[in-house]
Design a protein around this ligand. Structure first.
Ligand SMILES: [Zn+2]
Length: 315
């Protein structure tokens, strides 16, 4: 398995998935099927020929216009394909480096279950990127974050986590407090209770993540409720909350909160820019979901490094 093959294959797969993502972006907010009818020009209804449907290349060859009616094809079509392609290539790079850790390096363990556990995480990375790229564009264009992406995405994330848990080695990821550590729950008049806590890796992985999703959704629901009580209008949509729940389901609590931070900072900066330029009022609606999704992509790609760097600063 050579590096070039894996990354190249992932890139092409990503371009094809990006092409399908464009169909989802155009149809899901209108509750249309993403399978049928076949792709056609929204202006002249002419079906798209297969050779006019090659990711990025066709858009360049056609100079961004329909072959039949010259209707312009928006530039976000090739951009979505390119970003999805690059994201999948990055996922391929992750898969290759995990493979070399387990099978190619001089002192690698050769553990198949260990590799499969990491592979599941890498597939989650690719899936999350696909969903977030789509949500960035859909929220920007339509102010909608379809359940078909957010709720289904949460289900996929938890399913992948179950598969990952199944590949955990015996006692891998266990939460253990050593036997000398004692929990002392005593109050006047009662006996002291001594013991230790032992949570298996599978349980700590699954329960921990479900708890994280519930906590994140609860926290955001509280913010939404508080904002509505104070300002008497909706500040945080239910779609935004489902989006956050999905990101936490894929990434865990801390990277999810990092995505929330990056997203709100980005949206605030954009809002202020619009205010300064006089293009928006204080009550204008910002595509917060788009900013949260970009925050999620940064958290997925660099989250662990950013969080470790931040913790190192505190020490
Ligand atoms: Zn046309």
């Amino acid at each position: 398995m050579s590096l070039l093959f894996v990354v190249g294959f992932s890139l092409i797969l990503g371009l094809l998935f990006g092409s399908f993502l464009n169909v989802c972006i155009a149809r899901l907010p209108r509750h249309q099927s993403v399978v049928s009818p076949r792709s056609h020009c929204p202006q002249c209804q002419h079906p798209i020929r297969w050779y006019d449907n090659v990711p990025i290349v066709s858009w360049l060859v056609l100079r961004g216009r329909c072959r039949d009616c010259q209707q312009t094809i928006p530039w976000h079509y090739p951009l979505v394909e390119l970003v999805t392609g690059l994201w999948f290539a990055a996922a391929g790079l992750r898969i290759y480096s995990d493979y070399s850790v387990y099978f190619l390096d001089a002192n690698s363990s050769g553990s198949m279950s260990g590799f499969l556990s990491h592979l599941t995480g890498d597939l989650g990375f690719a899936t999350l990127g696909f969903l977030l790229i789509g949500l960035v564009v859909m929220d920007w264009q339509t102010q909608l974050l379809p359940d078909a992406f957010t709720v289904t995405g949460t289900a996929i994330a938890l399913l992948l986590l179950c598969i990952r848990a199944a590949f955990l080695g015996p006692h891998e990821g266990d939460v253990i407090l050593n036997t000398t550590h004692q929990l002392r729950m005593s109050s006047p008049g009662s006996l002291g209770v001594h013991g230790n806590i032992f949570v298996t890796g599978t349980e700590s992985l699954l329960y921990g993540r479900v708890l994280a999703v519930a906590a994140a959704a609860g926290l955001l629901y509280l913010i939404r409720w508080g904002y509505e009580r104070v300002r008497h209008r909706e500040g945080l949509g239910l779609g935004d909350i489902k989006l956050m729940a999905m990101m936490v389901a894929f990434l865990g609590f801390a990277p999810g909160m990092l995505a929330l931070l990056l997203g709100t900072v980005g949206a605030s900066g954009y809002g202020m820019l619009l205010l300064v330029r006089g293009k928006a009022g204080v009550a204008s609606r910002l595509p917060l979901g788009s900013f949260l999704s970009v925050g999620g992509m940064i958290a997925a790609a660099y989250g662990n490094r950013l969080i470790e760097g931040y913790l190192a600063l505190l020490r």
